[in-house]
Design a protein around this ligand. Structure first.
Ligand code: MLT
Length: 398
């Protein structure tokens, strides 16, 4: 027997989406004929853009020939992809991010849960409540104390600037789970706070493509000075249907510094590079070629169509819920809808919906105590299932 990392003892027993998957599995075992529809985990249903499929086919053929096959790729991603990201996701938006500040990865969940490794074990961490559970759980695993920043209806689900000094703050916009998004002014306050307190913001922009209001920031680097205080994580999962393919990236600016116990300044870009080179295998060549194709004219067009499709689902769902008398947040600049249950707890609503209508949702309490009484729906279903879900919702007693 070996002594374990006691941080694991402080976790809730199951990862939120695993817990839900287990409950759905049990329901299916008991009702083999049931047609279960998921409005739960944010997994995509629309196929990859054709541009990405073609790029993969070409790349796969290259891998099958001695002249063009590739072995280990560069540690931080192929130059063709880092350059495509640099140009299309930053330079074209007037944002100054250099190629060597971009680290290609297998997605935001891993990046965001691994980045805490480069910070001190006793760093004070600020996490919103409700929250995507990965920020919380990865820091609990590391044994850190967490300060929760409540996000409630009365503050528009935007966390208030804390009075105390925090070292690391996790922000997500547009937000998972509440579907709300920061304005530039709100984000600027956080950048100012981070500067004053020598804190680092980990900014999760996995859903940035769903922002339809042009005045809202898609990148934290739209805020002046943010490169000195923020790391930004982005993913192709929800942008281009890469949940089954796996590719994303994180930006760690060179301006961003930490300090050693001796008080010397040290580059976080350098530390993250060290960590990636040591612990990460990289993303396959074929997948990186698929990601590059997202930025081709054809790829961009297809991505825009798919996002519109999901956002139309969001609109239909939101309208239906409002017609049923629910107060609904999100769904306008995000693929998630967040609403208050009328009776009982989030878990009770989840159980009623699953058992009476074979519909899966995500109970808000799974995202933290402030999520109690709320439910999250995703707009990532097919149109057919979204419509069917609404019909079923209208029939059940909730
Ligand atoms: C969610 O439903 O919150 C996301 O799909 C989870 C994830 O991206 O890891």
């Amino acid at each position: 027997m070996v002594a374990i990392n006691t941080g694991y003892l402080d976790l809730v027993p199951n990862y939120l989406f695993k817990d839900i998957a287990d409950k759905v599995k049990a329901l299916k075992a008991a009702n083999p004929e049931a047609e279960v529809i998921s409005l739960g985990i944010g997994d995509v249903t629309q196929p990859l853009p054709d541009a990405c499929v073609k790029a993969m086919q070409k790349a796969a053929a290259e891998m099958g020939s001695a002249e063009t096959m590739r072995g280990y790729g560069p540690d931080f991603g192929y130059a063709f992809l880092r350059q495509a990201i640099q140009k299309n996701d930053y330079a074209d938006w007037g944002i100054d991010v250099a190629e060597d500040e971009i680290f290609v990865s297998d997605g935001s969940k891993c990046d965001i849960s691994n980045i805490q490794e480069i910070f001190a074990a006793d760093a004070k961490v600020g996490i919103t409540n409700p929250v995507y559970p990965v920020y919380r759980d990865s820091n609990i695993m590391a044994g850190r104390k967490i300060t929760f920043l409540p996000c409630r209806e009365e503050n528009g689900f935007i966390p208030e600037i804390p009075k105390e000094k925090l070292d690391i703050v996790y922000l997500c916009s547009p937000n998972n789970p509440t579907g709300t998004a920061f304005t530039k002014e709100e984000l600027a306050k956080w950048v100012a706070y981070a500067k004053e307190n020598q804190a680092v913001i980990i900014f999760d922009a996995a859903y940035k493509e769903y922002i339809t209001d042009a005045s809202l920031p898609k990148s934290i680097y739209e805020i002046a000075g943010a490169k000195e205080v923020a790391i930004e994580s982005r993913s192709f999962s929800k942008t281009a249907g890469f949940t089954g393919l796996r590719c994303g990236y994180m930006v760690v600016p060179k301006e961003l510094k930490g300090f050693t116990p001796a008080g010397e300044e040290i580059s976080l870009n350098q530390l993250w590079g060290r960590r990636m080179a040591t612990k990460f295998n990289g993303v396959s060549y074929v997948t990186q070629r698929a990601a590059e194709a997202i930025f081709s004219p054809e790829g961009k067009k297809e991505v825009a169509e798919t996002i519109r499709y999901y956002m139309d689902n969001a609109k239909i769902l939101k309208q239906a819920l409002e017609d049923m008398g629910y107060k609904v947040f999100g769904g306008e600049n995000a693929p998630y809808l967040w609403f208050k249950v009328k009776n009982g707890s989030s878990e009770e609503f989840f159980a009623r919906l699953l058992n009476q209508a074979f519909l899966v949702c995500t109970p808000g309490n799974g995202f933290g105590s402030e999520g109690e009484g709320y439910i999250r729906f995703t707009a990532f279903g097919t149109r057919e299932n979204t419509q069917k879900a609404i019909e079923r919702l209208q029939k059940v007693v909730l």
